[in-house]
Design a protein around this ligand. Structure first.
Ligand code: GLN
Length: 483
C-alpha cells in the first residue's frame, strides 16, 4: 500500500481496498517506526484521523478529488491553523498559527490528510537541513549524509514512505536539491504560480511553494491542487491553471533540449555528469534533439543571490521582535533589551549571518554597490535564460554538483555550502519553473536531473519528466530499510 502512487491510492480508496483512516494509520505507524530520520517536527495524529474520517465520508458518497484521503505532510514553513508552525526555528517554537496558508487551505479542501509538519533548515536558510533548531534530518539512502535543504524533511519523508507526498518551498533550490539528494521528484513552479500567502517569508521575490512527490504523475496531481491565483498574494499571477494530468501523454518527438555548457564545466562531479549523460541519451531515444546553449552569467548567480536573498530576509525577519509573536526573552530591562535578547537568543547562527549580510547590503552607502548591482545581475541572468529558451524548448543539467554530502562536511564553511547552490539559484533569480527528476545513482546515492522550462511551462515539464519515468524506473527505487 505504501508504494502506491496518488492515482493508484485514489483507486484503492474507491474500490474499498483500504479506507482513508486505515491509510493514515499505516503512515502514522511508519512515522513512529522511523524516528531516526528526524523528518517530522510535529506529527498531527488526531488531526489526521479526523481528516481521514471526513475523507471516508466523502468517498462513501462518491465525492471528492484524487487527493481525498491521501496522506500528505507540509513543510513547517506553511501556516497550519491550530497547529505549531515553527519554520525550523526556536523563534517560532511556541507559535500556533491562527490561520491556514492558501496552499494548506486548498489541500484541505481537496480532502488531503495532513500527517504532520516537516523539518527544514531554519527559516529555509540552508542546503543541508543542518540549521534546524530541531536537529538535522538524515538521508534515507545514507544515514551519514545530509538529505539536502532546506526542504530536507519533505524529501526524506517522501523518499522513506513516511508520507505519500509533501509540500516544499524553493527560494534558491530548496525543493529541487533535496529532491535530487533523496531520489524523489520535485517541482519549483514559475514565480507567482502558487500562492505565498501564509508561507513564512524568507526572500519574497524568490520564494515559491511546490510539490515533492515520488513521480511526475503525482506532482501533476499535487500541483493542480496547489496552483492558482490568490487575491491574498499580490505577486500571485492571474492565469488559468491547465489540467496537468491531462498533459502527460505528449510525445517528445522533436522536443529540443538545451544543455547549458556552464552547467557541465569544472566543479561537476564525474559520477553525476555520467549519470546525466545517460539520462539525456534516454531523451534522445524518446525523440528529443539535443544542442549546446549558454547561460554566460551563471557564475554571477551566487554572489547576486547571496546579496538579494539576505537583503530580503533581513527585512522579512524584522517582524520577529519578541513583541508580537514567537519567542520572548525573560525579564527584559527595556524595549531595546527585549528586541536584542529575544532575537539574539532565538535565531540560529546561519539566520543571524544572513540578517547581518542583508542589513549591511541595504545600508546607506552600500545599497548601490551591492543591492542595486545584484538586481542588475539578476536581469542579466534572466536575459541569458530568455535567449537560451528562445533556441530550445527546455534546458537540462545537474541539480547539484555532487550527490548528498556527509553531515558536518560543510556546515562550518558557509561559502562552500553557498557554492553548492550554483545550478539551482539562477532559476529562482529568473523566476522560471524547474524540476528535479531521479536519474540514477552515483556511489549508491541518488542523482537528480534538472529540467528548466519557460514561464508557466509546468505542464510541459511534467510531461517531459513523465515520459522519462515511463521508460526508466529510477523514481521507483526505495531506500533500504524503508521498503
Ligand atoms: N540553499 C539556499 C539558501 O540557503 C536556498 C534555500 C531555499 O531555497 N530556501 O538560501
Amino acid at each position: 500500500m505504501e508504494n502506491q502512487s496518488i492515482t493508484e491510492l485514489a483507486k484503492s480508496l474507491r474500490a474499498k481496498h483500504v479506507s482513508s483512516v486505515e491509510l493514515a494509520q499505516i503512515y502514522l505507524q511508519r512515522i513512529k517506526q522511523h524516528p531516526e530520520l528526524n523528518c517530522y517536527i510535529s506529527v498531527t495524529e488526531e488531526f489526521a484521523l479526523q481528516q481521514a474520517l471526513a475523507a471516508d465520508v466523502m468517498l462513501a458518497k462518491g465525492e471528492g478529488s484524487l487527493l481525498t484521503g491521501i496522506p500528505i505532510a507540509h513543510k513547517d514553513i506553511f501556516c497550519t491553523e491550530g497547529v505549531k508552525t515553527s519554520c525550523g526555528s526556536k523563534m517560532l517554537d511556541n507559535f500556533i498559527a491562527p490561520y491556514n496558508a492558501t496552499v494548506v487551505e486548498k489541500l484541505n479542501r481537496a480532502g488531503a490528510v495532513m500527517l504532520g509538519k516537516l523539518n527544514m533548515d531554519e527559516f529555509a536558510m540552508g542546503s543541508s537541513n543542518e540549521t534546524s533548531y530541531y536537529g538535522p534530518v538524515k538521508n534515507p539512502w545514507a544515514l551519514a549524509a545530509v538529505p539536502g535543504g532546506s526542504s530536507g524533511g519533505s524529501a526524506a519523508a517522501v523518499s522513506a514512505r513516511l508520507a505519500v507526498c509533501a509540500t516544499g518551498t524553493d527560494t534558491g533550490g530548496s525543493i529541487r536539491q533535496p529532491a535530487s539528494h533523496c531520489g524523489i521528484t520535485g517541482l519549483k513552479p514559475t514565480y507567482g504560480r502558487v500562492s505565498r500567502y501564509g508561507m513564512i517569508a524568507y526572500a519574497s521575490s524568490l520564494d515559491q511553494g511546490g510539490p515533492m512527490t515520488r513521480s511526475a504523475e503525482d506532482a501533476a496531481v499535487l500541483l493542480q491542487a496547489m496552483a492558482g491565483y490568490d487575491d491574498k498574494d499580490s505577486t500571485s499571477v492571474d492565469q488559468p491553471v491547465p489540467d496537468y494530468s491531462a498533459g502527460l501523454n505528449q510525445s517528445l518527438q522533436g522536443v529540443s533540449i538545451g544543455l547549458p555548457k556552464e552547467f557541465f564545466g569544472e566543479g561537476l562531479d564525474a559520477g553525476v555528469a555520467a549519470t546525466l549523460q545517460a539520462a539525456v541519451a534516454e531523451y534522445q531515444k524518446l525523440g528529443a534533439t539535443v544542442k549546446e546553449v549558454s547561460i554566460p552569467n551563471l557564475k554571477l548567480a551566487i554572489p547576486a543571490y547571496y546579496v538579494i536573498a539576505p537583503a530580503e530576509c533581513s527585512a522579512n525577519l524584522s517582524r520577529f521582535d519578541g513583541v508580537r509573536f514567537g519567542y520572548r526573552c525573560q525579564n527584559p530591562e527595556d524595549l531595546l533589551d527585549l528586541y536584542t535578547r529575544s532575537r539574539g537568543e532565538a535565531f540560529g547562527k546561519e539566520v543571524k549571518r544572513r540578517i547581518l549580510m542583508g542589513t549591511y547590503a541595504l545600508s546607506a552607502g552600500y545599497y548601490d554597490a551591492y543591492y542595486i548591482k545584484a538586481q542588475k545581475i539578476r536581469r542579466l541572468i534572466s536575459d541569458d535564460f530568455k535567449q537560451a529558451l528562445a533556441e530550445v524548448d527546455v534546458l537540462m543539467g545537474p541539480v547539484a554538483p555532487t550527490t548528498a554530502f556527509a553531515a558536518g562536511e560543510m556546515i562550518d564553511d558557509p561559502i562552500a555550502m553557498y557554492l553548492s547552490d550554483i545550478y539551482t539559484i539562477a532559476v529562482n533569480l529568473a523566476g522560471l519553473p524547474a524540476m528535479s527528476v531521479p536519474a540514477g545513482f552515483s556511489g549508491g546515492k541518488p542523482v537528480g536531473l534538472q529540467i528548466i522550462g519557460n514561464y508557466f511551462a509546468e505542464q510541459q515539464l511534467l510531461n517531459i519528466a513523465h515520459q522519462y519515468q515511463q521508460i526508466t524506473d529510477w523514481h521507483q527505487h526505495i531506500p533500504k530499510g524503508f521498503e
